[in-house]
Design a protein around this ligand. Structure first.
Ligand code: DAS
Length: 356
């Protein structure tokens, strides 16, 4: 009799625990982890290998299994969208990823998305998504500066923080975010500033958005520019992005690269000029000729910070050029590509550079 009662009691306890666990799981946000490769999925020859390792070797399920704490902050599911080192990211990868993100965010059972990604072009993918994601739900890009096999690998804690951030109400409506090193950055203004150290990602001058500490995100600022749900760009029916290339400014610069890009059919050129986007005497005629052929010219700066002033170092009104505002050249390229899916009118394109 006693054994029967004990069995019934144990069964009742287990049933209660299962119901409680289910209720807990129901209370946790549903976060999708889309894996694309990079160092966070990298492996090195030894635990002290922090450069010269192989990126994009560990699969998404392994990344999730390596951080069992994820289950305490979200119901996570993983999907391997592709597996590449991000220096090899292409427009085609971006269109695939952007469409997948929008499809998942349209699902009621997805509360947020984390994208594991290489650090080399992470800021670019983040900004592309900032301009094409049609949702206020959090999208967080995360990577690592050390491979998963290294002593003090930063991937696991970065992934934990990113999942926590993507499932947090505080991150809703903030635009696409990038989080490494316990920091939260806005996609538009963050950039990689160091080739190898864990604190590489910074938002110089304009400042990071906040921190993740003790399992909680803390926001101190938000972007003033349009993004995500407020975007005018739609890639749903876009199968290829217009070719836009970047010419880099330097002393003794010539027009060889510019002419080659235009001859190859570039629809737009980002001129990453010295200083405030100054045009070298040997290059200006080639830029004017390219514009006359219909190529859109955006004046940006290699400097990295500050406003690229319209009609400052060149008469953009007269030349019919566009000024990049504060976007770095690699991000100006992204905005110009998307702008060219809607218009080739320079006044409209300039408006977009002052809007996003
Ligand atoms: N090659 C780098 C990349 O995939 C590795 C990394 O830092 O993530 O971007």
């Amino acid at each position: 009799m006693l054994r029967h009662q004990t069995a019934r009691y144990l069964f009742a306890v287990m049933a209660t625990m299962l119901v409680f666990a289910g209720a807990q799981a129901q209370k946790l946000p549903n976060v999708m982890i889309l894996a694309t490769g990079g160092t966070i999925a990298g492996t090195g020859a030894s635990s002290t290998t922090t450069v010269g390792y192989t990126a994009a070797t560990v699969g998404v399920q392994q990344l999730i299994q390596a951080v069992p704490e994820l289950a305490k902050v979200a119901n996570v599911k993983g999907e391997q969208v592709f597996q590449i080192a991000s220096e090899s990211m292409t427009n085609e990868h971006w269109l695939t990823l952007g469409k997948r993100v929008n499809a998942l965010l349209a699902q009621a059972d997805v509360d947020g998305i984390v994208i594991t990604h290489g650090t080399d072009t992470m800021e670019e993918t983040a900004y592309f998504l900032d301009l094409v994601v049609k949702s206020r739900k959090p999208v967080v890009l995360v990577g690592a500066m050390r491979p998963s096999t290294a002593l003090s690998a930063d991937g696991p804690i970065n992934l934990y923080n990113a999942v926590l951030l993507a499932g947090s109400p505080e991150a809703v409506g903030k635009g696409v975010l990038l989080s490494l090193n316990d920091q939260i950055h806005a996609a538009r203004d963050v950039t990689k500033t160091n080739t190898s150290t864990p604190d590489s990602f910074k938002t110089p001058e304009l400042g990071l958005m906040g921190y993740i500490q003790g399992g909680k995100p803390f926001f101190y600022r938000a972007s003033t520019r349009k993004h995500t749900a407020d975007t005018e760009f739609d890639i749903a029916n876009v199968n290829a992005l217009p070719q836009v290339d970047i010419v880099y400014g330097y002393a003794n610069m010539n027009a060889v690269a510019l002419d080659a890009f235009v001859a190859a059919g570039a629809k737009g050129i980002i001129h990453a000029g010295v200083g405030d986007g100054s045009l070298a005497a040997r290059v200006k005629p080639a830029l004017i000729a390219a514009r006359k052929k219909g190529t859109i010219i955006v004046r940006a700066s290699r400097v990295g910070q500050g406003i690229l002033a319209r009609n400052g170092e060149a008469n953009d009104d007269e030349l019919d050029f566009v000024a990049a505002d504060t976007l770095n050249p690699q991000k100006a390229r992204i905005l110009l590509m998307l702008a060219l899916t809607k218009t080739s009118k320079t006044a409209e394109i300039q408006r977009m550079f002052y809007t996003y």
